[in-house]
Design a protein around this ligand. Structure first.
Ligand code: VG1
Ligand code: CO
Length: 543
């Protein structure tokens, strides 16, 4: 087999965003595009000579082709071994687990996560470091610098590897180890939770509907919920992963997980509903006719984690991304836990977890996780919920109502305005940024602004600084509006408006969320001049 060195030139725009590099699939399929980025990852981490990597993805269109190219490039760059999920499949948390368990030098995940897949949709490549987490900014910056300097890449001239068959196989001196993508992950879950208690729950007639959205969690959920926990046949819907996710948008929110929403609002609704995203790191939790806001879910898990064996001795601390509601802070305060506020994106939790400062982390975007891996973890969240319900004997609705009675309620919603022209979205942000210091003391839709700033974060472990992480406006009564632009989209800009209001009055707890937030929504529009800048009055998604 011949090792080829191919001349190339830098390609613009290969800057990793919130979570890796995401582009239209056709962009990734252009000559040299994938190769340039992969070689830049290798160069950015100081080469892969003699190293071991993990490789896998969510099964979306082009993932199998990309995996073959990456294997040939790893071999040509002198890697010792690549551990790859069978069929090039690994959920993001399963990849994180393998990176840690096998003590590898990192891994490459092929996914654009919650973005749709297919020839006309999105693809993505992400590098995770040896701790199993998404590369922090110093590493992604080095990778980006390498994309701007690249002059050549190395690739082996070889046939495709058979990734359908388990076991080791050699590729030009490099070992390719094809592993079962589910087994290690399922074993990890069994070590964290009381599977006997959850099994007994199902045996007692408790019904669950898990929507895999034709994405990667199908086989994981089937193995764990059906085979190991004995949940009834049919408990996992849309269980077969498809390269285009069945044409759907594998994002577990009330808009895109509409099949689950319908089932959970129907007359014969199961006791528990859940969904995950393209790569299996997100989770959506539902009870009969009740959607649990991810921010609330984090707070409930923080309040009750001790019910599961892995957290029986306590959780030390909890971290949430800045736009996530402060419901978890209230729990932390009452329980005497450390509490951290980080920028959006799981990479900012890594140091806090590695340092043992926190054990539970969460984002409003349906991401919750803990220190068992260094990614958010959809099925883990589902299992922790089930473990808590099994231990308390309460349902989802009761659990939420109990929680609000104890801690008060942080009404919360995110409004996304998608496909805005980038210049207009930036003009909106620039305009508001320029007015932040004038806002305190002013009124908007009947509420008073108490403070306003732009979020910057200094990592308490390594001192690294992240600036321009979102505009925050605090209003009276514990309300808050946050605005930021998405860093995961592939067309135009998405403006995210995060809305929060606090109530300690039990008489308000059952108010419909959008109604409860109507005053804050009006204030947000007024403060940010959303219609003026974008022409929009209504969001595309209310999550
Ligand atoms: C979004 C979410 C963020 C999440 C990221 C990756 O980023 O807001 O909380 O960590 O997606 O999630 P942004 O920049 O578009 O707001 V996943 O499941 O797509 O890896
Ligand atoms: Co995801």
């Amino acid at each position: 087999m011949e090792r080829l060195t191919i001349e190339t030139t830098p390609i613009d725009g290969q800057k990793p965003g919130t979570s890796g590099l995401r582009k239209k699939t056709k962009v990734f399929m252009q000559p040299h595009y994938l190769e340039n980025f992969v070689q830049s990852i290798f160069d950015g981490i100081g080469g892969v000579e003699g190293k071991t990597l993990v490789l896998g993805g969510d099964g979306r269109y082009f993932g199998d082709r990309a995996a073959q190219v990456i294997l040939r490039m790893a071999a040509a760059n002198g890697a010792a071994r690549v551990i790859v999920g069978q069929g090039a499949i690994l959920s993001t948390p399963a990849a994180s687990n393998l990176i840690r368990k096998r003590q590898t030098d990192g891994g490459i995940i092929l996914s654009a996560s919650h973005n749709p897949g297919g020839p006309d949709e999105d693809f993505g490549v992400k590098f995770n470091t040896p701790n199993g987490g998404p590369a922090p900014e110093d590493v992604t910056n080095r990778i980006f610098e390498a994309t701007k300097a690249i002059a050549q890449y190395h690739v082996l001239e070889a046939q495709d590897i058979d990734l359908a068959t388990l076991g080791p196989v050699s590729l030009g001196g490099m070992e390719v180890e094809v592993v079962d993508p589910v087994a290690d992950y399922a074993e990890l879950m069994e070590s964290l939770f009381d599977f006997d208690a959850i099994r007994a729950l199902f045996k007692g007639g408790f019904r669950i509907c898990f929507d895999a959205m034709h994405a990667v969690t199908g086989p994981y959920a089937t193995e764990i919920l059906r085979n190991r926990l004995g949940a009834p046949e049919g408990c996992v819907i849309n269980a077969t992963p498809l390269p285009d996710f069945g044409g759907g948008h594998p994002d577990p929110n009330p808009v895109w997980a509409n099949e689950l929403m319908e089932a959970m609002h129907g007359p014969d609704a199961p006791d528990f509903g859940a969904a995950s995203d393209g790569d299996g790191d997100r989770n959506m939790i539902m009870g009969p006719s009740m959607y649990v806001a991810p921010s609330d879910s984090l707070a409930v898990l923080a309040a009750n984690a001790e019910r599961a064996p892995a957290y029986a001795n306590g959780i030390a601390g909890v971290a949430r991304s800045m736009p996530t509601s402060r419901a978890a802070d209230v729990v932390a305060e009452k329980k005497g836990l450390a509490c951290y506020e980080t920028p959006t994106g799981w990479k900012f939790f890594g140091n806090l977890l590695d340092d043992g400062r926190v054990r539970l982390c969460g984002e409003e975007s349906a991401g919750t996780g803990a220190d068992h891996v260094r990614e958010k973890d959809g099925l883990w969240a589902v299992l922790l919920w089930l473990n808590i319900l099994a231990a308390t004997g309460r349902g989802v609705v009761e659990t939420m109502q109990d929680h609000w009675r104890t801690y008060g309620r942080n009404f919360y919603s995110r409004h996304d305005f998608e496909g805005i022209e980038t210049e207009k979205a930036e003009a909106l942000m620039d305009d508001l940024r320029g007015r932040l210091s004038d806002l305190p003391g002013t009124n908007a839709a009947g509420r008073t602004v108490e403070a306003a700033d732009e979020f910057s974060y200094t990592d308490p472990v390594d001192g690294s600084v992240a600036t321009q992480q979102g505009l925050r406006v605090y209003l009276d009564g514990g309300a808050r509006v946050v605005l930021r632009l998405s860093g995961t989209g592939t067309t135009g800009a998405t403006l995210r408006v995060y809305l929060e209001d606090r109530s300690e009055d039990p008489a308000t707890f059952d108010t419909e969320v959008q109604e409860a937030l109507s005053g804050i929504i009006a204030a947000a529009h007024e403060i940010a001049r959303i219609q003026h800048h974008t022409g929009r009055t209504e969001p595309d998604v209310r999550a």
